[in-house]
Design a binder for this molecule. Structure first.
Ligand SMILES: [Zn+2]
Length: 295
């Protein structure tokens, strides 16, 4: 009903113009009425088109993969972030997980179908990295390719490869993420080392959602952007001087710093609050959750 109300004045305008046509036809002649008629038709088509686009944008996401009782049990067993959430939040978590799994293709190398557990690990990483924010589409991510081992710079499988996860910024792989399954699992199995490769890679997607992979996520308030940028620069120096509890990889550059500290914040919020209160507070304002309260 609301949509119809918003559209009401337009319908009224077009009706008035349509009734005007025979009148104009009578007094002013054929050509003028013809132009007016064409304008009305073009106007109606354009209005309907805009309305359709808006309606589609606002449409709730109905498609989602069903998270069944077994999955719920699995989540409690394997995802400590989920286990520690309140009941209502657990429901939101499952809901977002279901939407993610319906939206994004997960491909497991050497398998016709990906394992359910692999899908749940990947989806949980996405939900945790974006937890607290309104539902976003993960920087238009289309596919996550899961490798059975680590890989090297050329994306070749390599047991001794150093890379456990990768996202792209631009190029044909822009909407693809690569994750190593052992690293992905390790991220959740060890839940007190401030590291989680899945959450790390999705934090990169959050960072690049505004078009730049620069360590500053989208829609952070102006004041916090400035504070955050200064804190990043200060802390990167501290890491280099071996005077920080932020994992060393965070000193690589600002983008890595954001991904590393986001994983730290999501996995060990209390520890981050104790050791780096300023970093914690900016992130807490950004995500809108006091994670240290229940973790
Ligand atoms: Zn990274």
């Amino acid at each position: 009903m609301k949509k119809l109300n918003a559209f009401g004045p337009w319908i009224l305008l077009f009706l008035v113009l349509l009734t005007a046509i025979p009148v104009i036809l009578h007094y002013k002649g054929f050509n003028f009425a013809k132009i007016l008629g064409v304008m009305v038709v073009v106007g109606i088509v354009t209005a309907l088109w805009i309305w359709r686009i808006n309606a589609r944008k606002k449409a709730p996401r109905n498609e989602r993969v069903q998270i069944d009782t077994n999955d719920k049990f699995w989540l409690k067993e394997h995802i400590s972030f989920y286990r520690k959430l309140k009941k209502d939040d657990q429901k939101t978590f499952r809901d977002r997980l279901g939407i993610f799994l319906a939206d994004v293709t997960i491909t497991e190398i050497d398998k016709e179908m990906p394992d359910k557990s692999t899908c749940l690990y990947v989806g949980s990483s996405a939900v945790i990295a974006f937890w607290g924010l309104p539902y976003w589409n993960y920087a238009d991510l289309q596919e996550v390719i899961v490798y059975p081992s680590n890989f090297d710079e050329d994306n070749q499988l390599n047991e001794r490869g150093m890379i456990g996860g990768k996202v792209y910024h631009g190029g044909i792989m822009d909407r693809t993420m690569i994750l190593s399954l052992p690293e992905l699992k390790k991220g959740f199995a060890i839940d007190n080392d401030k590291k989680n490769v899945g959450v790390h890679e999705f934090a990169h997607l959050l960072d690049k959602s505004d078009g730049s992979l620069d360590g500053v996520p989208p829609e952070m308030g102006k004041h916090d952007r400035e504070v955050w940028t200064q804190l990043m620069e200060k802390e990167i120096e501290a890491i280099a001087d071996d005077d920080s509890t932020v994992p060393e990889y965070g000193a690589t550059n600002k983008a890595e710093f954001f991904a590393v500290v986001t994983s730290y914040y999501k996995e060990c919020p209390k520890l981050l609050k104790i050791n780096h209160r300023e970093l914690y507070e900016v992130l807490d304002r950004y995500y809108g959750k006091d994670l240290s309260a229940d973790k």
